[in-house]
Design a protein around this ligand. Structure first.
Ligand SMILES: [Cu+2]
Length: 66
């Protein structure tokens, strides 16, 4: 199991945070998700592919930087 940290741009409120969390939780292999709105950071644990996580965030309407 590994931990992946994504820098997420575009989240402006708690609703965005929940939306991003839900999107990431739906990715195959994800064990847990924690999104920090102020830090614009998503911490994901599990065996998910980074590319799949990025796609999930983008499909939810946000972007991943770095
Ligand atoms: Cu929002």
């Amino acid at each position: 199991m590994s931990q992946i940290i994504l820098k997420v741009e575009g989240m402006t409120c708690n609703h965005c945070k929940m939306r991003a969390e839900k999107a990431l939780q739906g990715v195959s292999g994800v064990e847990s998700v924690k999104v920090d709105l102020a830090a614009k950071e998503a911490v994901v644990t599990g065996d998910a592919e980074r590319a799949s996580l990025v796609k999930a965030v983008e499909d939810a309407g946000y972007s991943v930087v770095g």
